[in-house]
Design a protein around this ligand. Structure first.
Ligand SMILES: NC(=O)c1ccc[n+]([C@@H]2O[C@H](COP(=O)([O-])OP(=O)(O)OC[C@H]3O[C@@H](n4cnc5c(N)ncnc54)[C@H](OP(=O)(O)O)[C@@H]3O)[C@@H](O)[C@H]2O)c1
Length: 299
């Protein structure tokens, strides 16, 4: 399956390009970027063709792997789906519900396969934890936090879209995806902001469990880290932090996307519809945070 890579930034270089080049049955044939030199350099490293024109880029591939900011991803992925390309998307799939809905509509109309790279959902140790969560059952709730330091000056992930949208939209999707998979679909969210980009979310899950998560990208490095556990009759079960090897996890996501595309199968637990559902939770949380910051009642 011929894949095009959209994006030439740090994440594309350390995760997407190596994963595409090391995954069986997947070939990195094209690289698109607004920066012609960066596209040429990345493409040359992988014997792929660089593109500046998006239509020419899409014309020669079967599938597209995205490593661009979420608002740009939503627009480009909608175009790619309309042209019949399978999609390996990044989280969040969009920055608005309208853009996420438009993307889902394009994917469904074209009948293409999609997978969203919620990293921890593709790690074997997290999948084993989720299987144990399901096998034990009887969970009353979950407690979690991802305190990131990406907005620190020297961090390679200190990018404009993260500065604009903060931890809610960057690490929030990972936490919502994990709590959703372990405790059931999220039916409502209550959100309250803390200092800087700190966001506290209370989630209600279908079935009655409730969970909390705190997310930020502004933590001091000494405080940074991830933790999550579910609790219930049988005690607590802590989620593994997971390896920091995104290439292997992304390889799994690519294999599953390619297998679905070949089988004509469009559904996946982390497909674009799930990505859109997570955006709905984020957008509602953002509305409440904006209202609270502006001193308005949020309901
Ligand atoms: N799953 C994970 O664990 C994980 C980890 C990291 C990142 N991500 C995801 O990866 C995606 C990319 O994030 P990032 O921080 O790498 O983004 P970024 O550095 O801001 O941008 C990545 C690429 O998009 C290009 N770009 C930015 N704005 C553009 C515009 N207006 N028009 C055309 N090209 C534009 C950049 O070009 P320039 O180089 O010219 O600026 C760069 O090639 C996000 O969805 C993020 O959530 C996921």
């Amino acid at each position: 399956m011929r894949f095009g890579l959209a994006g030439t930034g740090y994440w594309a270089r350390i995760a997407h390009a190596p994963a595409l080049s090391s995954t069986v049955d997947v070939e990195l044939t094209a690289v698109w970027g607004r920066n012609r030199q960066a596209a040429a350099e990345l493409a040359a490293e992988y014997q792929a063709t660089p593109y500046h024109d998006i239509s020419a880029f899409l014309a020669g591939v079967d599938a597209v792997c995205f490593a661009v900011p979420p608002d740009l991803q939503a627009a480009l992925a909608t175009q790619a789906a309309r042209e019949g390309k399978h999609l390996l998307l990044e989280k969040p799939v969009a920055l608005t519900e309208a853009a996420a809905d438009g993307l889902v509509e394009a994917v469904e109309q074209a009948g293409v396969a999609s997978v969203v790279f919620f990293t921890n959902r593709f790690l074997p140790e997290v999948r084993a934890w989720l299987a144990e969560v399901e096998a034990r059952g009887g969970w009353a709730g979950g407690v979690s936090a991802w305190l990131g330091s990406a907005l620190r000056e020297s961090n390679p992930f200190n990018t404009p879209w993260r500065r604009d949208n903060g931890g809610l939209w960057d690490v929030g999707p990972h936490m919502i995806s994990l709590l959703w998979a372990s405790l059931g679909p999220v039916t409502s969210v209550t959100a309250d902001p803390g200092p800087a980009d700190v966001a506290h979310l209370v989630l209600h899950h279908r079935g009655g469990a409730t969970s909390t998560t705190t997310v930020t990208l502004s933590a001091a490095e000494a405080a940074a880290g991830f933790e999550a556990y579910v609790w219930g009759e049988s005690g607590r079960l802590a989620a593994p932090e997971g390896s920091d090897d995104p290439v292997t996890a992304l390889g799994t996501a690519l294999c599953e996307l390619a297998a679905n595309a070949r089988a004509g199968q469009t559904g996946h637990p982390c497909d674009v519809r799930f990505g859109r559902d997570v955006v709905r939770v984020l957008a509602e949380a953002q509305r409440q945070i904006d209202a609270r910051r502006a001193g308005r009642p949020s309901a």
